[in-house]
Design a binder for this molecule. Structure first.
Ligand code: C2E
Ligand code: MG
Ligand code: MG
Length: 717
């Protein structure tokens, strides 16, 4: 998916706001002038006594009508009080009524004239229609005016108007300053007779119309002025509010600096710039560990002040162009320009060392997750023309790297690598498929027998889970048990295992096979279950399995939880007839401490004691002391992970009760366990390849639950 422009916040440029406001301003001005033009047209709506259409009609009647019609038309013109004349193509006045004198400006000759119309037409050399049209006689007095284009009344008016405007004397010399009038001639050619009818008309203009025009212009200027001022103010306000908005958008009030959004926008800008393509950048998630704890121990105010101090210290260590911001409570995204991974590590170590030294009465720790970005390489890897970074993803990678340090107590630096992604994908796959896997019975119970090293007798078994997936084969528990422990599904797994083991034990008992106690691992997460002992009881009883054939293995980590609840549960489990063992003894720190209060039946020494330490005398001392300690606390012992004969001999000599290790047998599928370890009596036992043969012994009688009272409360069966 393209993330082009994901963090593209438009920059506030002055040019565009000014430009579009100018366009609007000019638009308004154009509109005002258009209105003024309409007004002017109105003002120019001169009233003419005669118009060209009328004169044309008259000319047509005179030209094409009968003699009677011709006389009637001429009489009508004369009776209207209009002077007229008919001239031929040579300018000869054929007929006229009233004065036909004219004064004005001969455009052709470029001079003023005054005189008889006939003379003027002569002088103008009027020979045909076109000549008539070309004659422009611009009247300079209030006497007469000759229209040059008889077809267009508007043009005539325009000329009159221009003339009046250029000669205020005419305008204001008019009667009462209200109305002035112009005499002018309208010419209409008559094609039949090759003559021209000219009729004198009077054009009147109302002076008050100009007042409206002047008022309109003044208003238009005022409006234009205000629009202009508004435009300037609006541009200024727009620019200032834009920069205010930006400041507000990018601000982080806690550190009084920048926030995540600013970081994302700026980082994207930096990484996108072509000139930065050959630089290496480190996107860093720097976490102030136990910040919340600091808040609880002090106050929000003090914690925030400390965070600000942290930011200031980091800021002092940044080079030009590098970034720091604040995203969530204790996370500070940084962008460093580095040479390579070593350089990034050295710089962050320096920053963290300085931060740790901030005197605040607290031991400060910081974790940095780093994702290295080389834009040119990423461009190639992502097959992009221009590298468009997904800042969310880059920062998320850095966060994933810092999260990988969550188990570490001290400050640390971790670099993102693709294994982290694979891990996360695997977690996702397991989580999505876990329930279906239980429903489809994809989880298999493997059995690993435990032997008495002194007699080589099969004395116990541990049930170990395997996941038979349809597509990925057999998945070992270390690949999914930690995930189930994290997401809580482990309780369902423990139930699943207990149920299957109890069901099998009940069946094997019926079949007359040798049934030894089988231990099931119960995770610490299960200790959150109320009345855990009763819950386990129900599970086992439902399958018809004697409780004494089930051993509950508690991993040592489970012992760190609520110790009192743990003691109560152990007591109840024992009371109900279960065996209880401590798994992986020796892997933690408080094993001895746990032993003092826990009424356990069995202690399982972790495989770590026996790995590569056969000849180490110190290890042997520790092991024999641990075995002696267990014995004196009345506990049986199991040694896990024993793979060689010498260790078996040593453990036998030290009085270890059972050995669970590859030396004797590996965890095996149910069918193999049934056939080789607990065959039906009388059936031939197949010996495992290297391990000693497990002896088939008579089925032990199952004792009912002891009558001992549980130490603390609990529902008695
Ligand atoms: P664990 O409970 O300590 O189980 C013993 C582990 O040691 C088993 O690994 C077993 O196969 C291995 N082992 C035994 N003898 C030897 C040996 O001689 N050499 C070596 N190299 N390994 C030996 P596995 O089956 O892979 O189980 C690993 C862990 O997964 C178990 O450690 C247990 O903590 C957990 N787990 C297995 N099944 C379950 C289950 O059903 N529920 C829970 N909660 N955890 C389980
Ligand atoms: Mg175990
Ligand atoms: Mg173990």
């Amino acid at each position: 998916m393209s993330n082009k422009g994901k963090y593209k916040i438009p920059k506030s440029h002055a040019l565009w706001p000014i430009l579009w406001r100018t366009i609007i301003f000019l638009g308004i001005i154009v509109m005002i002038f258009a209105v003024l033009n309409i007004l002017a047209e109105y003002v120019k709506d001169f009233r003419s006594e005669y118009d060209t259409t009328y004169v044309r009609e008259m000319a047509d009647t005179i030209d094409q009508g009968t003699e009677a019609e011709r006389q009637e038309a001429l009489a009508a013109i004369a009776s209207d009080g209009h002077n007229y004349c008919i001239i031929d193509l040579y300018g000869e006045v054929v007929e006229h009524s009233g004065s036909i004198s004219v004064s004005g400006y001969n455009d052709k000759k470029g001079e003023f004239f005054s005189g008889d119309l006939k003379d003027i037409l002569d002088e103008a050399g009027v020979a045909d229609d076109d000549d008539i049209r070309e004659i422009t006689l611009d009247a300079r007095s209030n006497n007469t005016f000759l229209l040059d284009d008889y077809n267009t009344k508007i043009d005539a008016f325009s000329e009159v108007y221009d003339m009046a405007r250029n000669n205020p004397g005419i305008l204001f010399g008019a009667a009462g300053n209200e109305v002035f009038s112009f005499p002018y001639w309208i010419a209409a050619p008559m094609s039949e007779s090759s003559q021209i009818l000219m009729v004198k008309s009077i054009l009147t203009v109302k002076v008050k119309d100009y007042t409206y025009l002047a008022a309109g212009i003044i208003i238009a200027v005022i409006i234009a002025f205000f629009v202009f001022i508004l435009m300037i103010v609006s541009v200024i306000m727009n620019l200032s509010s834009n920069s205010k908005l930006r400041r507000w958008l990018y601000r982080d009030d806690i550190i009084k600096g920048h926030n995540w959004l600013w970081y994302a926008v700026t980082t994207q800008d930096i990484l996108c710039k072509r000139k930065n393509a050959h630089k290496t950048y480190a996107v860093v998630d720097l976490v102030f560990v136990r910040y919340r704890n600091f808040v609880l121990c002090h106050s929000v105010k003090e914690a925030e002040a400390l965070l600000r101090q942290v930011v200031l210290v980091i800021f002092g260590k940044l080079k030009k162009g590098e970034l720091i911001a604040h995203s969530t409570a204790a996370a500070l995204p940084l962008l460093l320009e580095v040479k390579d991974e070593d350089d990034a590590r050295a710089r962050l170590q320096d920053i963290i060392r300085t931060l740790e030294a901030i005197p605040c009465g607290h031991r400060l720790t910081f974790k940095a997750g780093v994702y290295l970005v080389i834009p040119a390489q990423e461009k190639v890897a992502l097959n992009q023309k221009h590298y468009i970074p997904d800042i969310d993803l880059l920062y998320n990678n850095a966060c994933a790297a810092s999260l990988s340090l969550s188990e570490v107590a001290d400050s640390g630096i971790a670099f993102f690598d693709s294994n982290l992604v694979d891990e996360e994908k695997w977690i996702d796959t397991v989580t999505n498929r876990q329930q279906a896997a239980v429903n489809n019975e994809e989880f298999l119970v493997y059995y690993q027998p435990k032997y008495d090293p002194r007699t080589n007798e099969h004395a116990g078994t541990e049930a170990l889970i395997r996941w038979q997936t349809p597509d990925m084969g057999l998945v070992p528990p270390y690949k999914f048990i930690p995930i189930f422990e994290d997401n809580g599904f482990i309780t369902q797994i423990d139930d699943y295992m207990l149920t299957h083991v109890a069901r099998n034990q009940a069946r094997w008992l019926k079949e007359g096979r040798k049934c030894v106690p089988i231990s099931c691992n119960v995770s610490r997460a299960h200790f959150g279950t109320e009345n855990l002992a009763e819950y386990i009881c129900n599970l086992v009883d439902r399958e018809g399995c004697p409780r004494s054939l089930i051993e509950i293995e508690l991993t040592e980590s489970a012992f760190f939880d609520d110790e009192n609840a743990m003691i109560t549960t152990i007591n109840r489990l024992k009371y109900y007839g279960f065996l209880v063992s401590m798994d992986d003894f020796g892997t933690g720190y408080s094993s001895l401490n746990s032993l003092k209060d826990m009424p356990l039946d069995i202690l399982k020494l972790d495989a770590g004691f026996f790995r590569g330490s056969e000849d180490n005398p110190r290890t042997r001392i520790v092991v024999s002391e641990a075995l002696a300690l267990a014995k004196s606390l009345n506990m049986k012992t199991v040694a896990e992970g024993v793979e060689d004969k010498s260790t078996v001999d040593f453990l036998a000599q030290e009085g270890c009760d059972m050995i669970q290790g590859y030396y004797f047998a590996k965890p095996m599928p149910q069918a193999e366990y049934e056939n080789t370890v607990i065959p039906v009596p009388g059936q031939q036992v197949q010996a495992p390849a290297e391990a000693p043969v497990a002896q088939a012994v008579p089925v032990p009688s199952v004792e009912p639950a002891p009558a001992a009272e549980p130490d603390q409360g609990g529902t008695k069966e």
